[in-house]
Design a protein around this ligand. Structure first.
Ligand SMILES: [Zn+2]
Length: 297
């Protein structure tokens, strides 16, 4: 298989040869669990990666890994975001690689966070997110969402178990909203600055509520990122964020915000979130208009 893929790779020509710069042995790791930004989850445990012309079973057979995306400044932006996101959570950065496919570009509309400790980021989803403008904030948000799954792997989160991926996905959305606000993160203090970018993720929310890969409905994803943004007013580590997020999680789902208290309960945070309870309820119920959502403080 390796030889065949290498031959196919060579046929892609000079463009592919000059862009596929990451072909090192360190990509040969056994996959454990993985997560996609899209709804489908292709669990392929123990699948072994090869080199250059073959990424793994989650990407097309003609896809390949690269350490660059877009211009050199764009690559620097993504790598610096990768470090910054990890730093906000007090964690080391994980390897970030980009997936390209010259013969089937649309196949790279995906980003995957692997349980083995790395993030593969598709060129197509990068380009689509970049086209939304706003200083490439959408790609920062997607990367923060993917890193949130690394936090979940590390700390055994989310603390809430559901029959679908929803709790993990909505928490990752919340952690992305948190990162976009933190002063040492993306440092956006006004929600109106991040809401248009977040619409990209809400747009790929789904209504397949019984599917194992269910990521939450679009209103729930909106409400989750809003709650995460509000929590971004406080310096929280991942377990503390998890506690606070799920303390108010029923509000993300149905507008109810009261749960049992734990050691992480903070009266100041509680008062702050409760002041926004009605607003969060109106987001998740779909009562809030796009215009109002995008202009929240
Ligand atoms: Zn996810």
């Amino acid at each position: 298989m390796k030889t065949n893929f290498k031959n196919a790779f060579l046929l892609l020509g000079a463009i592919a040869l000059t862009t596929a710069v990451s072909c090192s042995k360190d990509e040969e790791v056994v996959l454990e669990t993985q997560e996609t930004v899209l709804a489908e989850l292709d669990q392929q445990p123990n699948h072994r990666e090869s080199e250059c012309g073959y990424v793994d079973g989650n990407w097309s057979s003609t896809a390949y890994l690269s350490s660059s995306i877009g211009t050199s400044s764009e690559t620097s932006f993504m790598n610096s975001q990768n470090s910054r996101i990890a730093s906000v959570w007090g964690r080391p950065a994980v390897p970030l690689r980009f997936v390209k496919d010259a013969s089937n570009p649309n196949s790279t509309f995906n980003a995957i966070s692997y349980g083995s400790g790395k993030i593969y980021y598709g060129e197509a989803i990068y380009n689509a997110a970049k086209a939304r403008g706003g200083s490439n904030i959408v790609n920062a948000m997607i990367l923060a969402h993917e890193f949130a799954h690394q936090l979940q792997y590390t700390y055994g989160l989310p603390s809430r178990n559901e029959s679908t991926a929803r709790a993990a996905e909505l928490e990752a959305d919340g952690m992305a909203g948190y990162y976009l606000r933190r002063p040492n993160g993306f440092n956006k203090t006004s929600f109106s600055q991040i809401a248009p970018a977040y619409e990209f993720a809400a747009a790929i929310g789904d209504n397949n509520v019984n599917s194992p890969g269910h990521h939450g409905t679009a209103p729930q994803r909106r409400s989750a990122v809003r709650l995460g943004f509000l929590l971004g007013a406080y310096d929280l580590n991942a377990p503390n964020f998890d506690y606070n997020f799920f303390y108010y999680y029923s509000g993300v789902l149905n507008g109810q915000y009261k749960q049992a208290q734990s050691e992480y309960f903070n009266p100041e945070i509680d008062a702050y979130i409760r002041a926004h309870a009605e607003e969060l309820r109106r987001i998740q119920s779909g009562e809030m208009s796009d215009e109002e959502y995008f202009n929240l403080d």
